[in-house]
Design a protein around this ligand. Structure first.
Ligand code: IPE
Ligand code: IPE
Ligand code: MG
Length: 248
């Protein structure tokens, strides 16, 4: 036990809906993009703390499919920030042995973003300490529809029988096929919704909501979320008694 955190029960995968940049900026009378820029520090703090604790995967919801309908200036500002941040942080990712991955409709990103993202993924691919997954132009319904289409094609080509489709096979067609399901999902900014994020994968995740706006989210806040997670009893449909009695 250290700071109320049990080191033997650290979640393997933590997913985060980073929300509240716009409201944070508004409170300060600044533009929304100012809020996004100030969210980078929270990203850094989250990744550092997770790596120090021994978390193996962190998935950050950075841009949803629905976010394409925001004002043009905000979208282009976010894309620029993405390229700038990836370039700036790649050294830190290498030093800390963190591999970068991305999920979403990556082909819909501006060419320069896509190129820089692929370069960083390639460069960090051998890093083993932790994997950082960026959800970009991502939405869960989009991902599930893609999986359905790809399975339908396999049926058409007689590669698989409909009756042979299992949960495991379906999961192989999701963007997250190589990533375990998150044990913990954090959302900042006081909103209590999922906003089309990892719907399949969070079937049994613990959900943690905090009022903190994303640019204010610090190491301590991440630790609070982990400590809260460790207080929960994950029953997976069983009874509490079954869990405490290993003989049952
Ligand atoms: C989250 O902050 C960042 C993205 C969705 C890209 P928001 O921009 O949604 O901030 P609020 O919710 O308007 O405060
Ligand atoms: C969810 O935040 C998407 C990201 C954090 C990238 P939004 O701010 O877009 O979600 P809604 O619209 O409030 O549900
Ligand atoms: Mg928001």
């Amino acid at each position: 036990m250290e700071n109320g955190i049990d080191k033997s029960r650290i979640p393997k995968h933590v997913a985060v809906i980073m929300d509240g940049n716009g409201r944070w900026a508004k409170q300060k009378g600044k533009s929304r993009i100012f809020g996004h820029r100030n969210g980078v520090k929270a990203v850094r703090d989250t990744i550092e703390t997770a790596a120090e604790m021994g978390v193996k995967f962190v998935t950050l919801y950075a841009f949803s499919t629905e976010n394409w309908s925001r004002p043009k200036d905000e979208v282009s500002g976010l894309m620029e920030l993405l390229v700038f941040t990836i370039n700036k942080e790649i050294k830190t990712l290498m030093e800390n042995e963190i591999a970068l991955q991305a999920i979403g409709d990556l082909k819909s990103l501006p060419k320069v973003c896509y190129r820089e993202l692929m370069k960083a993924i390639e460069k960090t691919s051998k890093n083993k300490r932790m994997t950082l997954v960026l959800a970009l132009s991502y939405s869960s319904k989009w991902e599930i529809m893609n999986a359905v289409k790809s399975l339908a094609k396999e049926i058409e080509n007689k590669k698989i029988n409909p009756d042979d489709i299992t949960e495991e096979i379906f999961e192989q067609h999701l963007c997250t096929s190589s990533i375990p399901d998150p044990e913990l999902l954090i959302r900042t900014s006081g909103e209590h919704r999922i906003s089309n994020f990892l719907l399949w994968q969070i079937a049994y995740s613990e959900l943690y909501f905090t009022e903190k706006l994303w640019p204010d989210f610090r190491k301590e806040d991440f630790k609070l979320a982990i400590a809260d997670y460790q207080k929960r009893e994950r029953r997976f449909g069983k009874t509490s008694e079954q869990l405490s009695n290993v003989m049952q």
